[in-house]
Design a protein around this ligand. Structure first.
Ligand SMILES: [Zn+2]
Ligand SMILES: [Zn+2]
Length: 458
């Protein structure tokens, strides 16, 4: 029994020991697990912290990036605005430059025009792709040297000293050479004459009153056609009840363009004087009407076709008008210009008379009855187609026998530029109505004979 108890006690103790051992083992395992969990948790925490830090850093970077972008955008905007401003400034500058250049060119053109008007031909030299005029002093010497060269070409070269600089010009090569730098430039002479003139500057400079050198026969069929239309369709050519109607069947025999260099430049100089006078007294010019005695408007239509390529100047009311004369007298006009001192005395003063219709000028074109109106002779007749600068014309309402100049201006000092007589009632007129339109100038240089026409009445 005791043994049984002892065995049982031993078994019990053993069981208890086992239990204790097992608990210890379990507890150790649990503790190990706990510490492993703790390690893991700590690692997890570390990772979380690290991630958070990274997130913060990324956010910070993103923010910074955004700031930089915004800054860049702002800078871009500022740059664009600056660029736009720069562009505006540039275009303004460009415009200013263009305006300045245009103004300079105008001044230069004006100077040249003035120079040409007063001196005739103008010498120019080439620089930077542009032609520049010689100084007046240089131009004068060039003209003299060139005249000597074309009259008697013993030497192609001449020495020109102007503005303290000596240049050697070569008229055969058309160059000039600076005497000390040896720089060579091209030179040219500009005659300042209408575009359609065919005479060379050399020929123009040596005309010297040789009558044949002024007449250049016109072969352009369109131009001859315009002349024919002037003869046949201006004024009363349509009116069979009048003597004027014979013009309907007039035939053009020849047309000559008049290329008189000196006369042309005297005329141009006169136009300049008129302009100066208008500017000085603030005179405005109202262009006179044409074709008031005609029905077809031919005078008006023909104007640009008869300008020889030199547009008519509106500021001095330059017009293409007609002047009938004898062939013999035409030579004198071609050589020396119109001369009111040798003209028939007219109802509107002692000036040079022009018509706006061929039926009127025809009356004064009879060689046998020079100095009076003749509608009947069937001889060859002469018509001069002239450029006339009317300026500020006075419109006559009564006759002015013996007047030696146009009437005084009413609103400004000086006299009117010309006298214009329109068809209609005129005080003290013998008819007492003016039939044809007439234009009278009292300054012989206010008209230039552009063409001389020979024609036959039917
Ligand atoms: Zn008529
Ligand atoms: Zn006659």
């Amino acid at each position: 029994m005791e043994l049984q108890q002892q065995v049982s006690q031993t078994l019990l103790t053993a069981a208890s020991d086992k239990e204790t051992r097992e608990r210890g083992q379990r507890e150790a395992a649990e503790s190990k697990l706990k510490s492993a969990v703790a390690v893991l948790e700590s690692k997890l925490e570390d990772t979380r912290v690290k991630l958070e830090a990274e997130r913060l850093e990324r956010t910070q970077t993103e923010y910074e990036l955004k700031c930089t972008l915004a800054k860049l955008e702002k800078e871009e905007l500022v740059r664009k605005a600056a660029e736009a401003e720069l562009k505006i400034t540039c275009s303004e500058l460009e415009r200013e430059r263009e305006q300045r250049e245009a103004a300079e060119k105008r001044v230069l053109d004006l100077q040249q025009q003035k120079h040409l008007a007063h001196h005739g031909a103008c010498w120019q030299y080439e620089m930077d792709g542009h032609w520049h005029p010689f100084s007046p002093e240089g131009n004068q010497q060039m003209l003299q040297a060139y005249s000597a060269y074309i009259e008697d070409a013993q030497s192609n070269t001449a020495n020109i000293v102007a503005g303290g600089v000596e240049r050697i010009v070569d008229f055969a090569e058309m160059t000039q050479k600076h005497a000390s730098t040896w720089k060579v430039r091209k030179i040219r002479i500009v005659a300042g004459v209408p575009q359609q003139w065919v005479s060379t500057p050399a020929a123009l400079l040596t005309q010297r009153g040789k009558l044949a050198s002024f007449y250049v026969e016109v072969t352009d069929a369109r131009l001859i056609d315009w002349v024919t239309r002037l003869l046949r369709t201006t004024g009363h050519a349509w009116d069979a009840s009048t003597a004027c109607s014979q013009m309907k069947n007039a035939t053009v025999k020849s047309v000559h363009r008049i290329e008189n260099f000196q006369l042309w430049h005297r005329y141009r100089a006169r136009l300049e004087t008129m302009r100066e006078d208008h500017a000085k007294y603030n005179v405005s010019v109202l262009p006179a009407d044409l074709d008031l005695d005609g029905v077809e408007g031919t005078m008006g239509l023909s104007q640009p076709h008869l300008d020889c390529g030199e547009p008519l100047a509106r500021d001095v009311d330059e017009k293409i008008l007609l002047h009938g004369t004898s062939w013999q007298n035409a030579d004198s006009i071609v050589m020396h210009g119109f001369d009111h001192r040798t003209c028939m005395r007219g109802m509107y003063g002692d000036g040079v008379y022009f018509a706006g219709a061929a039926c009127k000028s025809h009356q004064y074109s009879c060689g046998a009855h020079s100095g009076k109106a003749c509608n009947t002779c069937k001889c060859e007749r002469t018509l001069i187609i002239a450029r006339v600068a009317l300026g500020d014309a006075y419109h006559a309402s009564c006759t002015q026998y013996g007047a030696r100049r146009p009437p005084n201006r009413s609103g400004a000092p000086g006299t009117h530029g010309s006298v214009v007589v329109n068809p209609g009632p005129i005080s003290w007129h013998h008819s007492p109505t003016q039939v044809h339109q007439e234009f009278v100038v009292f300054d012989r240089e206010q008209a230039y004979p552009a063409f001389v026409v020979q024609y036959l009445p039917p």
